[in-house]
Design a protein around this ligand. Structure first.
Ligand code: ASP
Ligand code: MG
Length: 453
């Protein structure tokens, strides 16, 4: 994977690659063989969920449940420490972080409250613990470099939107240049935390669930890295979910635009925001499995050798179709503006949209409608119809909006399936349509057969 000294490599390992000592050792071996300069890790598998559960139970005053959760978190880490025959010093350091979990949990219990700020301090402890342990595992096997545990809060600077902070790119770049220069010129490999960052005042923030991929991409950008490796538990990006279509094949390469569509439209493999920094900074992204490090994996690059009409397909489940109509829209202006303003006020993201003269139909995640106020605000403006239990089927590829007869091929192959809405034209990389959730799997099976198999 390139020349040792000139290439900067950031490697990210997810929770399943940190699940236990065996997984950590395998991940450490990969970090060493691939000669990574910076290794970003997620929390030990399942730990973030447990921490989030504490943040829910503590404000309810559920002391016993909280205690059991804290214990479960302690057990997971202590088991790894036992298995690796950890030094007293490491055991003490981990135990200090575990007491921090306990203290924050007790504070929340006492106050019967969990502020966003407290939540971030609590959930970031998962990554703080895993990175601490992993740095020792890596130090134990790395032959060539010194391993240094690095607190990412010194570099990854964010705003103060706790629980879903946005990065300050300028400050992050500046801090990376200040603190991480040895990654390039020295013989150091840093081990650091995904998911978390800090405000300009040094308060701990997080980037939102699943944010470690995004962290790694941001750090790679700030370090001027050449390659970002995302190590997960599947051996790359597939043409579609192999649990639905057994003939699904792994892709050797995919473009940024296609991968971004795929991530947004349902493929679970990458967090959709991951690719933005990589694309901006021209960093090649590799996705592979830490369980099969020698498998080819998938490269996400600017330009691929081939540009097939349909490269991959995905389902985005739990979709609602919201149809908004009003006769007032006839020859009027401003209606779409009013509607989008409401969605914006509620911070709800619209995935696809079609309009006619007097109505607009748009798709949202079902969860976006849990807040009933959004419906009542929209109802003040127009009539609102909501259909749930739908799934968005999307095909991802190239020149989709310029290929004659593609719609015919698509709909011939899914004949008999009731299509509720179609989106074509906005992107040359995507064609999507909405179907009843019970017909989605069969639609993908037929389409895969038509276009890929
Ligand atoms: N540990 C965090 C989560 O589970 C971040 C991540 O793993 O990406 O959401
Ligand atoms: Mg993850």
């Amino acid at each position: 994977m390139g020349n040792e000294n000139s290439e900067i490599i950031v490697a990210k390992f997810g929770g399943s690659s940190m699940a236990n000592l065996e997984a950590m050792t395998r991940s450490a071996q990969i970090s060493a063989t691939k000669n990574a300069n910076m290794v970003i890790v997620s929390a030990v598998y399942g730990v973030t969920n447990l921490l989030v559960e504490i943040s829910k139970q503590a404000p309810l005053g559920e002391g016993e449940k909280v205690e059991a959760l804290v214990e479960e978190i302690a057990d997971k880490h202590n088991q790894i420490l036992i298995d690796m025959n950890a030094t007293e010093e490491l055991k003490e350091d981990v135990s200090e972080l575990l007491s921090e979990v306990n203290m924050i949990a007790n504070g929340m219990l006492l106050l019967r409250e969990c502020s966003d700020r407290a939540y971030d301090s609590l959930v970031s402890l998962g990554e703080r613990m895993s990175s601490l342990i992993f740095s020792q595992v890596l130090a134990g096997i790395h032959q060539k470099k010194n391993v240094e545990l690095f607190d990412i809060r010194q570099v990854l600077k964010t705003d103060d939107q706790f629980t879903k902070a946005s990065p300050d790119l300028v400050a992050t770049k500046e801090k990376a240049q200040q603190h991480l220069v040895n990654a390039k010129y020295g013989d150091v490999v840093y081990v650091s935390q995904g998911f978390m960052g800090s405000t300009s005042e040094g308060l701990t923030t997080t980037l939102g669930r699943g944010g470690s991929d995004y962290s790694a991409a941001l750090v790679a950008e700030a370090m001027g890295a050449d390659t970002l490796q995302i190590w997960t538990d599947v051996a790359g990006i597939a043409t579609t979910d192999p649990r639905i279509v057994k003939e699904a094949k792994l892709l050797n390469e995919i473009t940024f635009s296609e991968a971004a569509e795929l991530a947004t439209f349902g493929a679970k493999i990458l967090h959709p925001t991951t690719l933005t920094p990589a694309l901006r900074a021209g960093i090649k992204v590799f996705v592979g499995s830490s369980y099969e490090p020698d498998a080819p994996g998938t490269w996400i690059v600017d330009k691929t050798d081939s540009a097939p009409l349909i490269r991959a397909m995905a389902l985005r489940r739990e979709q609602s179709l919201v149809t908004l109509s009003t006769p007032k829209m006839l020859h009027a202006h401003g209606f779409l503006f009013e509607i989008f303003k409401i969605f914006n006020d509620f911070k709800v993201s619209i995935d696809s949209i079609t309009t006619s003269e007097i109505s607009v139909a748009l798709t949202l995640d079902d969860s976006a409608l849990l807040n009933k106020k959004i419906i009542s605000r929209l109802s003040e403006l127009c009539s609102v119809k909501v259909e749930t239990d739908l799934t968005l089927v999307s095909l991802i590829g190239n020149e989709i909006n310029h290929t004659p007869d593609i719609a015919k091929r698509i709909f011939n192959s899914v004949e008999g399936i009731n299509v509720r809405m179609i989106c074509l034209g906005a992107s040359k990389h995507n064609f999507c349509f909405l179907v009843d959730k019970n017909q989605a799997d069969s639609a993908i099976q037929k389409l895969h057969q038509e276009f890929i198999q």
